[in-house]
Design a protein around this ligand. Structure first.
Ligand code: FAD
Ligand code: FES
Ligand code: FES
Length: 1336
């Protein structure tokens, strides 16, 4: 059929939140996410990555199937759903559930009231995942709940409070009780403390009858209308959706190159991120032949367009109904489906798409191929069946499927008697992560024996597509299933499966190890199964090997949060010290909370896309823009020449640069920006800008390169106390070492965003920006435009996560947008894509710590000489400060009498690194804890003993002579020891480790001293402005920014206490440079401390003015007094001010008082590792933190947990990968893994130390936003403990180095065995360390 004949409905009809949408110009390139946000103005659904990896855009899709008359609801990623695929469907977004206007849904209510939102950017996505599950299962199991959230990332909360909200909907099916009741029973016994952060009684019940119904019109449409081909024409692309296989075959013959798009999870990301373009796509999802599910006598036939979720359900049913012997292949496929993608991906991704796209990372192809599955192919040339394995016969160039052929269905056979089948995978994260290696294996024995009759071994991840160990399998036929066969098989496999040394992620040795380790695991599984079949003949495997046959599974975590209750005497109205819900919590959950890109567009607004450098160090020869300017919708291109005043900012010797002018100094540096009428047009045109470079030498990427070229930002810093050299002469032992700590991407869920609106007169501009420091943005924008600061009005309502990343970098981006707005006289919106954000904005500094430590036999450390190198990237930003802080905090909790340490900020050609929660301490603290652990290993003492011996104990001085009282350090330590039952658990772990060979547990307890302070007084000044209106309502503002840390909630609590009025009287609108000038950045955990003082001051001023009126009418109420005050002409507006904390540091003398006070804490973590794969599971963490008197325990515990989980990410998962040319590969959640629900400890307890006072901060609280992050290293050391136990058992070298992040790859490498030795004889160090950039 020709395209002309294939005319159909040019109108796209679907429903959104019960409203009919008729789209006359449906563009196949338009994804639902942008349609919702830009066209329908439903901005609750968020953009976090655009590639299906974060879940921020989750919506519910409902479809009606007229034959079965069933309505199906499923969650999906709106960023991957072409609107054209939605014909006849109903979409529900977060706005469709409820709002503050119409009433909120129980899911929204509970998520907010359980404190499940911080910055709130991930919250609508979370709500939709939970809601969809509840639509299908009103009382889900906890397993269903954790599975439903596997595809949703949150960077703030650490997931615990989100899961608490989920638990309120779950029935624990084992005992029929709600998980929450059990928790309350357990922990309500301590006196004076509370374990309740919310009250179950407050929640409205879930009433499934109240949900939005499926639109009857869509039902009628599905039932009555004869189906017809649909064709949609976009600007560049045509979408054809046929209804019969016949028609599809014609279309495919006519357009052999057109992809068949079902879930769009391969085609979509290829088009978005890899520059692939398809002028025609064919959508076969409505064709019945491609949706069959048939149970046949010899197996199951499943249509190629069936979603992976459907395949999972069908296989699950078959496994529960058929005899085990027949379902081994089904079971193995199910095993892979459990962790493949998140639920949103499985709900739309098709079986056919997974198979035909033949990705190396397919989890399904290896097992389907090994399981002898058959493909049913159709084309105009006829139908045929081929074994699935044929499509991998000779690599990617394989043409077993012709371009015009369509995969109609897949036949998955029953397994046979004597057949054993398994599938394996290891991924950077257990769930929602593509595998590093996946495998499918099958063996068939000659009847009644263990003699191999047939063997199939397939791997994914090893080459550019799935590969088969064909030769190996052939050679092993006739062998018996024993150790000899294993040995031969391992060698054969390694010989046959050759990995190119140049795989981009550099994990060559690890992949090889996994390839043989998986075969070994298969070997063990089969031995064990043989034993079950015939125990007399087959002894099975040793008991201590058995546990390795079980994979780690995600369980619903259990948790306790303990905090000190407010005194009984405290007024019930006084909110200070109570677990008050985040001020924006409900709005986060309804999607009403407004972030920058949610601000409605302004007339004539332009979108900006940046063009960045592709070279690390080069002269710009030409920038060719003529092609780009011809692209549709392009308005202008902005370069350095358009900056009216300052393009380079000299805060130190080297400048911060807005646009590169003559040369580029890193990959990702902004060279120019395209302004166009839509983001898509701007992006398309940006790709057409051509830059010619002349490469410059040297290209410095690593710390080692920087040392070699003496490339540093000045000044270098040094601290010294005692006599280090002399001490080294007198100690019993010395050790030396070096540890590398990789960088970390902030991965705030809201990418860098700015909207600049020129006001049209006096050069005034409104700058709406996602930043931690509006005053700085104002200063930079004003300087770049050459206008006084009083013309630039910066506004920040809230920020969708920042973690230090939205300071200077936000200033540069705001300047880019402002220069564009100035040049074009239009409003300009710049929202970085996730990829650009990760590429351009830098992150935590990669770090190398070198140390020499002198210690006594009894574990006393007498001398330390250390050098720290931070990789600052190409501009100074705050790198020198980060290096300084790493020095000041390097002692962590220990008194080292003789200490010398140096810090260097390296200048390299990487994107400039910047502030990140913890600011140098997470790195230098890890180095310290590493040498502490090594001292323990060398003295034979336990690490906790060495920690105890060297800890600060009484009033002492730090290495820069600041006094500290470490009483609460010891209290946290002792309490954590006790609460975690450390000693008993250590004994239990030793016992476990004796009984398990391939699985080991480890435990570690790590203390922390976290100094609070910003280094100088002016950096901690703060101001507030409080207005009281004549109706008694109060408008509060201050200089702090809401980043998710709940600062506005706390400030309202402060104002409520000070003015003695309910919180409901007080409103916070926005932080703005127009109301509070020159405010300091919201950084360094200081927001509440300093702004709280200013708010208190303003409120006290007002109260003082009101006091005479109150005294005169003590029985009156607030409104009476305000009215009276107005009538008496008493000013009802006041500013409050806090001058900041006195602080100083003399680097010449190496002494000072840079910090105001100290926080303390201790974390104890337990882990279990799988020595064969390097996988691990976080079993339990107990944290005890001294944060003074908490102003809001729910918010504060949330900060501790969120930071801790971010620390787990830093120390064990998050790996940045660069090419040798300095190109960042890891540019999205698909390549860069932050912790997800599956990564948090199964038991996660946090206690706030009681009776702790702090003279320096408001209401005796302590600033705690950053501190918890470092405690994530307790997991790192627990892993080290488990590895030590492996190595001790195997008699391996005692001293070994573990770098950060301690990924599965490193764990596997450290657990040396015969398999690792087959790969290399050396103790292979990870080749993926950040600094050691690998070949591409
Ligand atoms: C965030 C994310 C996470 C993921 N995680 C995993 C994972 O952990 N493991 C894993 O294995 N995969 C994973 N995937 C990949 C995904 O599961 C598969 O890509 C998916 O099954 C492809 O199906 P689709 O319908 O979306 O394909 P589409 O993108 O619609 O199509 C893919 C290709 O297949 C072809 N095709 C589709 N159907 C047919 C047919 N019937 N006949 C002929 N050709 C056809 C198309 O022409 C196209 O070239 C992930 C994907 C994403 C986006
Ligand atoms: S924005 Fe869709 S999954 Fe991230
Ligand atoms: S609250 Fe989840 S990302 Fe901020």
């Amino acid at each position: 059929m020709s395209q002309r004949e294939a005319v159909g409905a040019e109108e796209l009809i679907f429903y959104v939140n019960g409203r009919k949408i008729i789209e006359k110009n449906a563009d196949p390139e338009q994804m639902l996410l942008f349609y919702l946000r830009k066209r329908l103005r439903l901005t609750g659904t968020k953009y976090g990555c655009g590639g299906g990896g974060c879940g921020a855009c989750t919506v519910m899709i409902s479809t009606y199937e007229p034959t079965s008359k069933k309505i199906r609801h499923y969650s999906a990623n709106a960023c991957l759903l072409p609107i054209c695929s939605l014909y006849g469907m109903a979409v529900t977004t977060v706005e469709g559930l409820g709002s503050t206007k119409t009433g909120i849904h129980p899911v929204q209510e509970r998520l907010a009231k359980c404190h499940g939102s911080q910055c709130g950017f991930c919250t609508p996505g979370m709500v939709m995942s939970i809601y969809t599950l509840l639509r299908n299962h009103p009382e889900p199991t906890s397993e269903q709940m954790t599975a439903a959230l596997a595809g949703n990332l949150c960077r703030c909360t650490g997931y615990r409070p989100i899961l608490d909200a989920c638990k309120t909907f779950c029935k624990n099916k084992e005992n029929g009780r709600c998980c929450m009741d059990q928790q309350e029973d357990l922990f309500d016994k301590e006196e004076k403390v509370s374990v309740r952060l919310f009250s179950l009684d407050e929640f409205q019940p879930l009433d499934p009858t109240q949900e939005l119904i499926f639109p009857p019109e869509l039902m009628r449409m599905a039932e009555n209308q004869s189906k017809r081909t649909l064709v949609f024409h976009g600007e560049r692309m045509m979408w054809i959706s046929p209804i019969s296989l016949d028609e599809l075959q014609d279309l495919k013959a006519a357009h052999p190159k057109a992809p068949l798009v079902v879930g769009n999870t391969v085609v979509g990301p290829d088009m978005k991120f890899r520059g692939v373009f398809h002028p025609v796509v064919i959508a076969p999802a409505r064709i019945p032949d491609l949706n069959v599910v048939e149970c046949k006598s010899d197996g199951l036939t499943v249509g190629a367009a069936c979603s992976l979720s459907l395949v999972k359900d069908v296989l699950g049913n078959a496994v529960s109904e058929l005899p085990e012997e027949k379902t081994k292949i089904f079971y193995a496929v199910l095993q892979q489906l459990r962790t493949l993608g998140g639920e949103q991906i499985r709900n739309i991704a098709s079986l056919g798409g997974n198979i035909v796209s033949r990705k190396s990372t397919s989890d399904l192809n290896p097992i389907l191929a090994a399981g002898n599955c058959m493909l049913n192919l159709a084309s105009r040339g006829g139908k045929r069946w081929i074994p699935l394995s044929d499509i991998f016969a000779d690599g990617v160039g394989n043409n077993a499927i012709m371009p015009e052929e369509i995969l109609v269905s897949v036949h998955i056979p029953h397994s046979r008697k004597g057949e054993y089948v398994s599938a394996f995978r290891q991924a950077p994260r257990r769930e929602n992560a593509l595998p590093i290696i996946s495998a499918g294996m099958r063996v068939l024995f000659e009847e009644g024996t263990d003699k191999i009759k047939d063997l199939s071994i397939f791997y994914g991840g090893a080459a550019s597509t799935t590969i088969c160990a064909k030769q190996t399998c052939r050679t092993l036929i006739g062998r018996y299933w024993n150790e000899q066969m294993l040995d031969e098989a391992s060698r054969l496999i390694l010989n046959e499966i050759t990995l190119p040394e140049s795989v981009w992620d550099g994990k060559v040795k690890y992949k090889k190890t996994l390839i043989v380790s998986f075969f070994y695991r298969f070997f063990l599984e089969v031995l064990q199964s043989l034993k079950t079949m015939d125990p007399c003949h087959y002894p099975g495997i040793p008991v201590e090997y058995e546990s390795v046959l079980e994979d780690f599974r995600t369980k619903m975590p259990q948790s306790i949060q303990i905090y000190e209750d407010v005194a009984l005497s405290q007024s019930p109205q006084d909110p200070v010290g109570r677990p008050i819900m985040h001020q924006s919590g409900i709005k986060h959950a309804t999607g009403e909370a407004v972030y920058i890109d949610d601000i409605p567009s302004v007339d004539g607004e332009l979108f900006l896309a940046v063009v960045t450098s592709s070279r690390a160090h080069a002269k710009i020869v030409t920038v060719e823009t003529s092609e780009a300017l011809k692209e549709p919708g392009v308005f202008d291109i902005i370069t350095a020449n358009d900056v009216p005043a300052m393009n380079e900012f000299h805060y130190s010797d080297d400048p911060e640069i807005i646009f590169a002018r003559d040369k580029v100094i890193c990959v990702g540096q902004i060279v120019c920006a395209v302004a166009a009428d839509s983001y898509a047009h701007a992006k398309q045109a940006a790709a057409k800008v051509k830059i010619e470079y002349e490469v410059l030498e040297p290209v410095i990427l690593t710390v080692e390169d920087a040392i070699k070229h003496n490339s540093f930002f000045e000044p270098k810093r040094k601290l010294e106390q005692g006599n280090v050299d002399k001490a080294f002469d007198t100690v019993d032992h010395t050790l030396e070492g070096e540890i590398h700590i990789g960088g970390q991407e902030h991965f705030y869920m809201e990418t860098q965003s700015v909207l600049v609106i020129p006001k049209g007169e006096d050069k005034e501009m409104d700058v709406f920006v996602s930043t931690q420091h509006p005053a700085f943005i104002q200063e930079m924008v004003a300087a770049s435009l050459g206008v006084p600061a009083n013309r630039i009005m910066c506004h920040v309502k809230r920020v969708g996560g920042a973690f230090g990343g939205k300071l200077l970098k936000a200033g540069l981006l705001a300047s880019v947008a402002s220069v564009a707005a100035n040049k074009t006289s239009r409003a300009v919106r710049l929202i970085l894509s996730r990829g650009d954000d990760m590429l351009i904005t830098g992150g935590r500094h990669p770090f190398i710590g070198k140390y020499k430590v002198g210690f006594m036999n009894d574990g006393r450390i007498q001398a330390v000489d250390a050098k720290y190198y931070v990789n600052g990237g190409c501009t100074p930003d705050e790198s020198v400060l980060v290096a300084e802080v790493s020095l000041l905090k390097m002692d962590n909790a220990y008194k080292i009498p003789n200490l010398r340490c140096w810090a260097y900020a390296c200048k390299t050609n990487l994107p400039s690194n910047t502030a990140f929660r913890g600011f140098g301490f997470p790195q230098s603290g890890l180095v310290t804890e590493t040498w502490i652990t090594e001292v323990a290993e060398q003295t034979g003492l336990s690490p906790e003993k060495v920690r105890e011996i060297n800890m600060y104990k009484e009033d002492e001085q730090t290495h820069f002579k600041q006094k500290l009282d470490p009483q609460n350090l010891m209290r946290c330590w002792n309490e954590c020891m006790e609460k975690s039952a450390y000693h008993n658990r250590r004994t239990a772990i030793e016992e476990f480790n004796k009984q398990n060979y391939w699985k080991k547990k480890g435990i570690a307890i790590v203390p922390m001293k976290f100094p609070f302070g910003l280094g100088s007084r002016y950096l901690s000044q703060a101001a507030a402005l409080v207005h009281i209106y004549t109706d008694g309502s109060v408008l509060l503002t201050h200089g702090g920014i809401e980043l998710g840390q709940g600062i506005h909630t706390k400030m309202i609590q402060v104002a409520s206490r000070e003015l003695n009025i309910p919180m409901s009287y007080i409103h916070f609108c926005e932080t703005s440079t127009t109301t509070v000038p020159n405010a300091c950045a919201s950084v360094g955990s200081a927001g509440t401390d300093v702004n709280g003082m200013a708010v208190k001051d303003a409120c006290q001023t007002l109260l003082k003015r009101l006091q005479p009126i109150i005294n005169k009418n003590p029985k009156g109420n607030w409104n009476d007094w305000i009215k009276e005050a107005f009538e008496q002409s008493v000013s009802l507006s006041a500013t409050g001010y806090f001058r900041g904390y006195d602080a100083n540091m003399d680097w010449e003398k190496g002494e000072g008082r840079p910090f105001t006070y100290f926080l303390y804490g201790t974390a104890c973590s337990e882990v279990e590792i799988n020595c064969l794969t390097g996988d691990h599971k976080n079993l339990r963490t107990d944290i005890v933190m001294d944060i003074g008197c908490s102003i809001n325990p729910a918010v504060d515990i949330g900060q501790i947990e969120g930071a801790f989980v971010q620390g787990i990410g830093l120390y064990t998962m998050e790996e940045l990968k660069y090419s040798p040319e300095g190109v960042l590969h890891t540019r999205g959640p698909d390549q860069y893994k932050i912790p997800a629900v599956c990564d948090i400890p199964e038991q996660f307890n946090v206690s706030l130390l009681s009776s702790s006072q702090n003279l320096y901060a408001i209401y005796s609280s302590k600033g705690l936003g950053e501190a918890g992050l470092f405690l994530g290293c307790s997991v790192f050391f627990a892993l080290r403990d488990a590895i030590t136990s492996v190595r001790n058992e195997r008699g391996l070298k005692k001293t070994f180095t573990l770098n950060s992040p301690l990924t599965a790859e490193q764990i596997r490498a450290a657990c040396m065995d015969d398999f690792t030795k087959m790969i290399t004889n050396d103790e292979y160090a990870s080749s993926t360390l950040w600094a050691r950039v690998h070949e591409t």
